[in-house]
Design a protein around this ligand. Structure first.
Ligand SMILES: [Zn+2]
Length: 343
């Protein structure tokens, strides 16, 4: 009999719960709003009700392997305490795992949401054929996750993979983390809108300014739409996104020499607008990329690639995510399966 597990993607806006079988087939998905304003107990009750309903519905047809939950924040993996969570302010220093286990009367696995998305893309998405992958998730912020040898690489404190808070501009825009010039300040949806507003401040007659005035939800998507229509100001913003991503990816490629790097999250739908700048930076800045680039991206002989000719053997793949917003949900469902395999 095919076993199932239940995955939860707890976002600041959406709370999604799914039953998924061991082959990765989606059995059922429930989407609820995350009622952050009603407090954590309300959110946990909503989540546990939905998990219980799914568990009971399939109890007689498929044994339940376990429950995995992706949480946006830093989690102490030993104690199950959420240490930091910008999107769930009243969860900070809260023993979330204990509270959820008490309601469900069973063990659950909590994991950082970006790590969970990496596990999802590794299981069923862009990195399916690889056991090592790094993922960058471009959403409200920039999340990062690392999978090594098929398992999430957490580091000593569960904090590994914070690629969004690596520096791309030493004296750049201040970041919520305390640093200045973090990647998150140049490659998130929030950053795209901020850069557009900066451009508008310099040119109030631009197409960007007209769009901002007429579109009450002036978002990264609106700016992308302008970019694909050929608006130079909008295109410049996405080139800057790609450049900053390329700088961070160059360091990752040089440091880790992984076979694949995946770009996901909402902003990754603008791939065509920023990807050329990523590859330009990678060729210019990473000697390891130059030596391992797939043939189509090693054509330009400049920077690092001028010194090294791509040889045979493994290629370094940089690509967009395939699972979209479901990566976190599948990854969360995968958590109990990975844990079971290790037992
Ligand atoms: Zn930061």
């Amino acid at each position: 009999m095919n076993k199932i597990s239940i995955g939860v993607d707890l976002g600041g806006t959406n709370l999604r719960i799914a039953a998924v079988d061991e082959q990765g087939a989606l059995i059922e998905k429930v989407t609820l709003g995350t009622k952050v304003r009603l407090g954590r107990d309300h959110v946990i009750d909503d989540m546990c009700d939905a998990v219980q309903r799914l568990g009971e519905k399939y109890r007689n047809s498929a044994p339940l392997l376990g429950i995995g939950i992706g949480v946006p924040g830093i989690i102490d993996m030993q104690t199950g305490v959420v240490r930091e969570s910008p999107n769930l302010p009243d969860w900070v220093n809260y023993p979330a795992r204990a509270a959820i286990e008490e309601r469900l009367k069973t063990v659950v696995i909590l994991e950082n949401d970006a790590n969970v998305a990496a596990l999802g893309e590794k299981w069923l998405g862009a990195a399916k054929d690889y056991s090592d992958v790094a993922i960058l998730t471009l959403g409200t912020g920039v999340g990062g996750g690392l999978v090594m040898g098929g398992a999430i690489w957490r580091g000593a404190n569960g904090m590994a993979g914070e690629f969004g808070h690596t520096t791309v501009e030493p004296d750049g825009h201040p970041c919520g983390c305390g640093n200045r010039g973090c990647l998150e300040q140049y490659a998130s949806a929030t950053a795209v809108v901020r850069m557009a507003r900066e451009a508008i401040a310099n040119d109030a007659a631009s197409a960007l300014a007209r769009t901002a005035n007429s579109d009450p939800e002036f978002s990264a998507k609106s700016i992308y739409n302008l970019a694909i229509q050929g608006d130079e100001d909008a295109r410049r913003i996405f080139r800057s996104v790609g450049r900053c991503l390329g700088i961070v990816l160059s360091s990752l490629v040089n440091s880790l020499n992984l076979p694949i790097y995946v770009i996901g999250g909402g902003v990754s739908s603008a791939w065509e607008a920023f990807a050329p700048s990523i590859f330009e930076e990678l060729r210019r800045r990473s000697i390891v990329y130059a030596a391992t680039a797939p043939p189509d991206s090693s054509a330009h002989k400049e920077g690092a690639s001028a010194h090294v000719v791509a040889g045979p053997g493994h290629k370094t793949i940089v690509t967009r995510a395939l699972l979209g917003s479901d990566a976190g949900l599948y990854g969360a469902a995968r958590l109990p399966m990975v844990a079971e395999a290790r037992r």
